[in-house]
Structures are given as structure tokens and as C-alpha cells.
Design a binder for this molecule. Structure first.
Ligand SMILES: [Zn+2]
Length: 169
């Protein structure tokens, strides 16, 4: 796993139990894969002149703990002990501010297309590793913790496949 340090994180509130994984999808520009735009976004280095869409997002201070690329390779941006800035205004089972108690995982992709088999393999392996050290109880879509505001990772994400892989622990 490659590590790229994002500055977009801070301390979790004291005593936070990290019990949730929030799944996202991202591609920059949307629908285009490869390149280093996501890394640039998460490190506040995205060039607003490089693409019209980048102008909209380049000022955002965002991050996720992990990114799973189309080929299944994983990049870690934020240590799991730290609070990454991925979910925004959100709630899960009545608890607000999901960033406080979650690990954020981005899948390179869009809401409009299926994800790659290699991404499921890496995602399942990653979540199983997290389960060794963290009391993960739930895996939720960003669209579930921020309904009406977010739609990722979208209808093409195969939950059956993911949950079957994770449950095979
Ligand atoms: Zn998201």
C-alpha cells in the first residue's frame, strides 16, 4: 500500500470508537480514471486551470483514509487514528458527524458505472484488515449517511459481493 500524506485531517473527539466504514466513489474529472487528480485534490494541489470541473472542487479541504484505484491498488492518505474529512454533514443511526467515528474509503469510479473486480478484492481485504484492529460494526454508503446530499458510491456498487467477502472472515 502506498502512502500519500493529506493535510486534511484532525483529531477525533476523545474516546471515539471507530465503528463505521463509509464508502465513497470519486473520479476526477468525473468518469475519467487514472492520473493523479484525486491525490492532488486530497493534498490541496489540484490545478483549477487543468479542467473546468477542477475549479469547482479545488478549494475543498477533503480527504479519505484510503483510495482504492481501478486496478485494485490502495493509497492511504490519513492514519485511521486521525479524523479524515470525507463524510461532511452526516448521520448514522442517530449519530451525527460520521467523520468522528468512521473510516472513509474512496473507490475510484462513478455512480454511473460498475466497479472493477480488483477493487472488490482490495476493498474486502482492506476492511478485513481494519476489523482486526478496530471495532467496525457497520459499512455504509456515503449516500446513506448523507441522504439527499450525496449519491455515492451509487447503484452499481455490489453490496452482496462486498458483504459476502467481508463475512467470510
Ligand atoms: Zn462521498
Amino acid at each position: 500500500m502506498r502512502t500519500v500524506d493529506s493535510p486534511n485531517h484532525d483529531e477525533r473527539p476523545p474516546g471515539s470508537e471507530i465503528s463505521l466504514v463509509v464508502l465513497h466513489s470519486i473520479s476526477l474529472p468525473p468518469g475519467e480514471y487514472g492520473g493523479d487528480s484525486i491525490e492532488r485534490l486530497f493534498t490541496n494541489c489540484l490545478d483549477p486551470a487543468a479542467h473546468p470541473y477542477f475549479r469547482e472542487v479545488c478549494g475543498l479541504k477533503v480527504s479519505a483514509h484510503f483510495l482504492v484505484r481501478r486496478d485494485g491498488s490502495v493509497i492511504q492518505f490519513v492514519p485511521v487514528e486521525r479524523r479524515a474529512w470525507h463524510a461532511g454533514v452526516s448521520s448514522w443511526r442517530g449519530r451525527e458527524r460520521c467523520n468522528d467515528f468512521s473510516v472513509g474509503i474512496e473507490l475510484e469510479g462513478t455512480d454511473e458505472a460498475p466497479f472493477e473486480p480488483a477493487q472488490y478484492v482490495s476493498l474486502i481485504s482492506l476492511i478485513r484488515q481494519l476489523q482486526h484492529t478496530l471495532p467496525i460494526r457497520d459499512i455504509a454508503a456515503h449516500s446513506e449517511v448523507a441522504p439527499g446530499r450525496k449519491t455515492d458510491p451509487g447503484a452499481h456498487f455490489d453490496w452482496t459481493r462486498l458483504l459476502a467477502g467481508v463475512a467470510a472472515l
